[in-house]
Ligand binder design. Sequence first.
Ligand code: B1M
Length: 222
Amino acid sequence: MEEILEKLLEAVELGKVDQNSPYPPQLKGQEGSYELTLKAIESKIGPQRILEESLIPAMGRVGQKFSENKIFVPQMLMSAKAMGASMILLKPFFASGDLKAKGTFIIGTVKGDLHDIGKNLVSMMVEGGGWSIIDLGVDVGSERFIEALKNNPGAVVGLSALLTTTMVNMGEIVSSIREQIPGTKILIGGAPVNADFCQKIGADFYAPDPQGAIEYLNRQAS
Ligand code: B1M
C-alpha cells in the first residue's frame, strides 16, 4: 500500500483531523486526514481506494479497540471527525453530474441511532449513481419518513442502523410505512442487519454496502 494511504489510515484511526488539530498529542504538528486525503487525491489515488484501503479499515480498527476497552467514546468521536474531513473532500468524486435523476431516495439513520458515516457514504454514492437524495439525518422516526414520502410520492426509502439496540426500530418504521403508504420500496443496511432480519421485518431488500444499494435502486428504476 502507498505510504500516504497508510498515513491516512493512521490519522483516521488516531483521530487526527488536520495539521492544526492538537489531538492526538503524539501527532502534534503533523498532517491530519484532511491534508493526507488532499495529497492522495493529488497523487491520483482514486477515491475508491482511499475509502477501501484507508478510511473504512481505520474505522474497523477503531471499533475493534472500542470493543476491547482500549479507547472510549471521545476517541471514537475524534476518529469519526477525521473520517468526516476526508469524506468532504471525496464527496465531489461521487456526486452526480446527471441532470435527470433516476428517482428519489429518502435515507436516514433510524430512531435512537446517531451513527451517520455509513449512511452518508451510501447517500453520497447513490447520488453519484444518478439518484436524487433526501437525507433526513440521524435519529429519524417513522413520522419523518412518512412525511418525506408524502412530499415525494414513489420515492424509495433507505434505513440505516449501526446498533443492535436500534435495528429493532427499523421494524416499527417499516410497519408504519406499510400501513400508511403501501407499495413503498424499503431498503435496509448497516453493520448489525442482514437479509434474514430484512425478511423478518418485511423490508424489501438488504444491501451490505453502497454498491448493493445502487444495484437494487437501479433495478427499481428500470
Ligand atoms: Co459507535 N458503536 N457507539 N460511535 N461506533 C459501533 C457501531 C460499535 C460496533 C463499536 C463496538 O463496540 N465495536 C458499537 C455497537 C455495538 C452493537 O450494537 N452491537 C457502538 C456503540 C456501542 C456506540 C455507543 C452506544 C457507545 C456509548 O455511548 N457507550 C454510542 C451510541 C450512540 C447512538 O447512536 N445513540 C456510539 C457512539 C459513536 C460515536 C458518536 C462516537 C461515533 C459515530 C459518529 C458518527 O457516525 N458521526 C461512533 C463510531 C465512529 C463507531 C464505529 C467505530 C465506526 C462506525 C462507522 O462509521 N463505520 C463502530 C465500530 C465499527 O463499525 N467497526 C461503532 C464505518 C462505516 C463506513 O461503516 O456504518 O457499517 P458502516 O456503514 C457501511 C455498511 O454498514 C453499509 O454501507 C457502509 C459502507 O460500507 N451501510 C448501509 C450502512 N448503512 C447502510 C444503509 C443502506 C445500505 C448499506 O441502505 C439504506
